[in-house]
Ligand binder design. Structure first.
Ligand SMILES: [Zn+2]
Length: 138
């Protein structure tokens, strides 16, 4: 019986089974994945991760810590201007101004939703960063 011996190598077992020799943090919970395999499931929260240098899926990256200031600014700006235009566009009804005002409000609200999601991520990343710095002090 013939077995395809190359098949096992297509998943790159070298890197998958190799242990991480440096500190890498799970982007979901901040668990230090040092001594875990390059690809796997976080022992603390159970989310899948890939710590291969060119993949980096669900891995905390310090450079990604950014307060969503532009999303907050655009969101507030569009929502306030659009909301300010709506009353003038309704009475009397202006078929030019009303769509512009409504679209501005919608764009503003979409940016505020994005800003909120990024802010939650920002807080999570900040606590992971704090945790990683505390571990470095040990
Ligand atoms: Zn985790």
């Amino acid at each position: 019986m013939m077995m395809d011996s190359n098949f096992a190598h297509t998943t790159d077992p070298m890197l998958s089974e190799q242990q991480l020799k440096y500190s890498v943090y799970c982007a979901t919970c901040g668990y230090n994945l040092r001594h875990a395999s390059y690809v796997g499931r976080c022992p603390e929260c159970g989310s899948d991760y890939n710590a291969r240098p060119l993949k980096l899926e669900n891995i905390f990256v310090e450079g990604a810590l950014r307060f969503p200031s532009s999303e907050v600014f655009i969101g507030l700006f569009c929502t306030l201007i659009g909301g300010w235009l709506v009353p003038g566009a309704i009475n009397p009804v202006s078929f030019l101004m009303l769509p512009i005002a409504v679209i501005m409000v919608l764009i503003g609200l979409a940016h505020l939703v994005t800003a909120y999601r990024r802010f939650i991520k920002y807080l999570r990343y900040r606590s992971i960063l704090k945790r990683s710095q505390e571990e470095k002090d040990d």
